[in-house]
Design a protein around this ligand. Sequence first.
Ligand code: NDP
Length: 474
Amino acid sequence: MTTHAIDEQASGHRFRGQAIRTLLILGASGDLTGRLLLPGLARLVRHGKAEDLALVGAGSDAWTAEDWQGRLATSFAAATPDSGTADDGGALARICAASTYHQVDVTADGALAGLIAGLEPPVAIYFALPPAVSEKASAKLGPGDLPEGSRLVLEKPFGTDLESASRLNSILARLVPEDHIHRVDHFLGKATVLNILGLRFANRFLEPVWNSLHIDSVDIVFDEELTLENRARYYDGAGALKDMIQSHLLQVMALLAMNAPSTLHERDLRDHVGTVLRASSVHPDFRESTRRARYTAGNIGGREVPNYVDETGVDPSRGTETLAEIVVSINNERWAGVPFRLRSGKALGRTRKEAVITFKPVNHLPDGFTGVDSPTRLRIGFGPDTLQLDIDVNGPGDVFCLDRATLQAELNASELLPYGEVLDGVLSGDPTLSVRGDTAEDCWRIVEPVLAAWKADEVPMDEYAAGSDGPPNW
Ligand code: NDP
């Protein structure tokens, strides 16, 4: 039997591997760990999962176990204010009290391997480290350093280009099988993003019109009012295209565009996601198919925002964009000719996070109808989580005078935070919500020509005032 077959236990069609015994978080003092990972873990435990987990923190700080446990207690309490009195059976308090901390330079020869050797297997190793440190640390490991069933969890960005992503994939492939590698895209842990699958494949009326015959265009938008939030060091080296579009929005696009998988098993789902991304590209006339812009000084909700280039930690010579848009073509029978516009930006006047599917007009509107005839639009909101259908129906009075109506539903949010979903997959051995290695490389292949064209200044850098809707000509 292969390792895969040994690990896999049927749970409906969902994949469930061997449960993880020890979670080792590398980067215990980091922002991701405190703000997202630990609160996600707390939610998970409060929902009756991972209650017997052994949690181990590691980092370069000279912390005592008590320092680390103090951090755990604060993050757990903030995420689950009622956990002390409610029915987690004291699980969080137990995990916290038993948790150990190890000061270690994970890039030093043998250091990480030595730490792992002392842990109870199977172990999940969460690289909550700067990307370059994650690569160095994993390169120091050999297959013999990881006990059977170990899982490796890598954060975004997965590499900085196709070459580095491919190199990282090769390093990881020496260590564990592909389905034991979790490349985190926490967007895939958002309930609304996963709801795309139920919406599309459990409702008969949608699938027959979900193609280029009926759909005119698809917009996937993630606009934020937020600016740099003290993360200039990371963001200025990335920009909107790498930060949001290369990873998260391409994944959302794949879920919107993929064919129906026959099961929700990770192999079926991820095969279908991979097929869409392999067929995707940005037209090489980049002045037509891409746009980029950077914010200038402005005001967002009463808050004065300086020019992006004057923000602390920004190096203007990098030419980093804070708003990006690319038009992706999916070159297959279903989607030929349908533009998928992916856009994301910071410091905008309005937070807008949604996918908008715009349908073509009817072939013939009977003569005699008057009024609005804007296209039918389906909007899937990613926060607030809503589903909205904009259609034309008769307005008040004259039934042949059309008016716009909106059918709206609130979508159920997951009770786990996105990082709770991510950790659930890691700890239960289900890689469904993780990005497969070939797909991670394909996402770089899609955007790399755009990045090169922007670097060569083939596409002008537009400007927009912070707090506006974007550049005036967009
Ligand atoms: P931070 O810089 O806040 O934390 C990095 C951590 O790594 C620190 O605890 C640091 O310890 C530790 N570290 C660095 N070098 C070593 C080493 N050689 N040995 C041991 N520990 C080391 O980064 P973030 O938490 O923000 O990010 C971590 C990862 O998560 C990155 O890949 C990032 O892209 C990703 N990510 C972060 C998000 C966020 O909101 N923060 C969101 C999504 C992804 P020390 O400070 O003591 O050196």
